[in-house]
Design a protein around this ligand. Sequence first.
Ligand code: ATP
Ligand code: MG
Length: 441
Amino acid sequence: LSAMRQPEQTSFLFVLHPEAISIKETRRAIDELIKLDIENFSLIINGIIPPEGRRNPLFAARAEMQARYLVQIEFNFPYPKQRMTLLADEIQGVRKLRQVGKIFFDGEPDSRLEEVASVRAQSEMHVSSLDLVRARIQPNGHRRTVFFAGKGGVGKTVASCITAVWLAQQGYRTLLLTTDPAAHLGDVLDSPVGDEVAPVSGQPHLWAVKIDPKAAAETYKARILDDARQRGRPETAIQVMEEELDSPCTEEMAAFDKFIEYASQEGWEAIVFDTAPTGHTLRLLELPVDWSKQIDVKVFASVEGTAADDVAKQRFGKVIEMMSDPEQSTFAFVMYPEATPILEAWRAARELGTVGIHPGLVVANMVIPAEQVTTPFVQSRRLMQEKYLKEIAERFSVPLAQIPLLPQEIKGLKMLAELGELMYGNGDRAYAGKALEASHG
Ligand SMILES: Nc1ncnc2c1ncn2[C@@H]1O[C@H](COP(=O)(O)OP(=O)(O)OP(=O)(O)O)[C@@H](O)[C@H]1O
Ligand SMILES: [Mg+2]
């Protein structure tokens, strides 16, 4: 720690985008370090749209949004800052890294733009039919549970909200839930989301709830320990349990336990699960599947011996069955059409495959709309996306849904409903849903 406190020995460089979530995360991380008396920070603000990018209306609008956040960053972080622009192309390989180093550190212009100016956009785009996409999220005789997973910040919350609103508009009784500790579900819905299931105001058929893993863990611990006490376990044994339960696993188990509670409620036709970033979620989902190895079994085991297994099977059996049945559950991986998010999603999907769960849908977010390809800069980025959309389609070979890149952050029911139409089209029950709404006033 003492070396980390010395600016001569250690630098902390925070890389962030000029966006709300990124600013919030940076704030949180910096505040944590300040508690440890570490203060030698500097910032790299990445992804800033360059002047040539702003000749296009979509990117111009995004640049305006960035400008507002840059002011906020300036105001909130009194540390040295460096800006890195969004390049027209991806950064991959040593040669490109050297080139990019010159642009960022020596102030050379990004000359590659001229190279792309002559390239024409390919018209070949990898799109799945909306029927196939819809078939992965619509209830089909029984309830459908859709899990949105993926790397941090790729758009899981946005995709979950769009999907839940769309399903509700089709008239399905829909529950939207999140276990993301930093959930901003309420921001996106523009309507508060609390720890109890409550209707989302302004959207008939939609309910939402936030699962707080910390709070859930407390309840869960108390329940298990109470149970043990009631069975007359000696205080020493209870102390051992208490220690065992003091693990990060407990929060995940408890969050999952809470999910099961909601999933066991009758009456939902669709459940949309906005999960925390990949690593976290996978553990969350694998835990119950790998139940026999988990800590709680030990806890139960110390109480009741082999009865623990029965308890576990009883509690989790139905949910595991539901999760691995593609007719009932869909795992949707969200990603940008770029190299790293695809790779991470691919690895995660493979890992999930080991417990018999396979992705049923992939969502490409922030896809530049074809009509926005009006300048070399945008064209170059769109070409990159086209290459990766193809890769997504080939690697995952499941239906591919798309969310367009928007000029601003996604917020509010109206915007979510419009995006739902783009992502899923008009469902079979669209009219029924609308008629119902009308009749309810
Ligand atoms: N297609 C899009 N166009 C414009 N902005 C978008 C788009 N998709 C997402 N965003 C914005 O990007 C940010 C991140 O999206 P979101 O919160 O859905 O990601 P997430 O995967 O849930 O993040 P986390 O891993 O932190 O939970 C939000 O500010 C959101 O408004
Ligand atoms: Mg989220």
